[in-house]
Design a protein around this ligand. Structure first.
Ligand code: SF4
Ligand code: SF4
Ligand code: FES
Length: 260
């Protein structure tokens, strides 16, 4: 008989509450997913009460404060603190986004924080992104050209050629989009997902790259590309305001044109 409930060891329980100091006046609760593979225990949601008068404005500031001052075992990724490295992507208040760009005041009430959805969890808020990186490696996200570059010069582009990369080069590979994509949830082993497909198109669209044909051949596959059903979760969630669905549409158009 089919089972529609979570396996017993996946049920998320209520964890500990870490109270704010009694004199704190501007308190906000952060409810955070915790799971440590070494304990053998179920995941739990711990609650941390934070005095916002003594905390920076972003969700990442609160996480760093918790780790530094309340609970050093809390585990999450971060690096740049300014929306450049893509490390601090997580699900905040139901939306995949970057903790360093998400103002606490944008969340009403309790701030619920989970790891990026539908990914195996390494620990707490750290997802295992190995599959996504393997897929990225597969599309060879670098300039491929057989023609030698002009001696002592860059490979030049016209302003128009360069402008074609706008909306693509800004991607920081945070994977908020891929992990919000229902098609990627169900077929992530074979569908490349919005982040990797946006990267694939970024190189297809580059006038200096000489491997457009091979790159398109690689994507002409019922699963790798055509599992995108234009549901648009990717564009809605991208913290950099990019539109992977549009890039995917352009790849489909190039393939259709090539078919003639
Ligand atoms: S538009 Fe395509 S890639 Fe974006 S969320 Fe929907 S199915 Fe996924
Ligand atoms: S397209 Fe946006 S959400 Fe997707 S990986 Fe790039 S920056 Fe992140
Ligand atoms: S810490 Fe680098 S994007 Fe948030």
């Amino acid at each position: 008989m089919a089972t529609f409930t979570l396996p017993r060891n996946s049920t998320v329980s209520t964890g500990q509450t870490y109270k704010a100091a009694p004199d704190a006046k501007n308190v906000r609760s952060f409810k955070i997913y915790r799971w440590d593979p070494d304990t053998g225990e179920n995941p739990r949601m711990d609650t941390y009460e934070i005095d916002l008068d003594k905390c920076g404005p972003m969700v990442l500031d609160a996480l760093i404060k918790i780790k530094n001052e309340v609970d050093t075992t809390l585990t999450f990724r971060r690096s740049c603190r300014e929306g450049i490295c893509g490390s601090c992507s997580m699900n905040i208040d139901g939306l995949n986004t970057l903790a360093c760009l998400k103002p606490i005041e944008d969340v009403v009430g309790e701030v619920r924080i989970n790891p990026l959805p539908h990914m195996p969890v390494v620990k707490d808020l750290v997802p295992d992104l190995s599959q996504l990186y393997a897929q990225l490696r597969m599309i060879e996200p670098w300039l491929k050209a057989d023609t030698a570059a002009p001696p002592d010069e860059e490979r030049r582009q016209s302003r128009e050629e360069r402008a074609r990369l706008d909306g693509l080069w800004e991607c920081i590979l945070c994977f908020c989009c891929s992990t919000a994509c229902p098609s990627y949830w169900w077929n992530g082993d074979r569908y490349l997902g919005p982040a990797v497909l946006l990267q694939a198109y970024r190189w297809i669209a580059d006038s200096r790259d000489e491997y457009m044909g091979e790159r398109l051949d690689q994507l002409q596959d019922p699963f790798r590309l055509y599992r995108c059903h234009t549901i648009m979760n990717c564009a809605r969630t991208c913290p950099k305001g990019l539109n992977p669905a549009e890039a995917i549409g352009k790849v489909k158009m190039l393939l259709a044109e090539r078919e003639g």
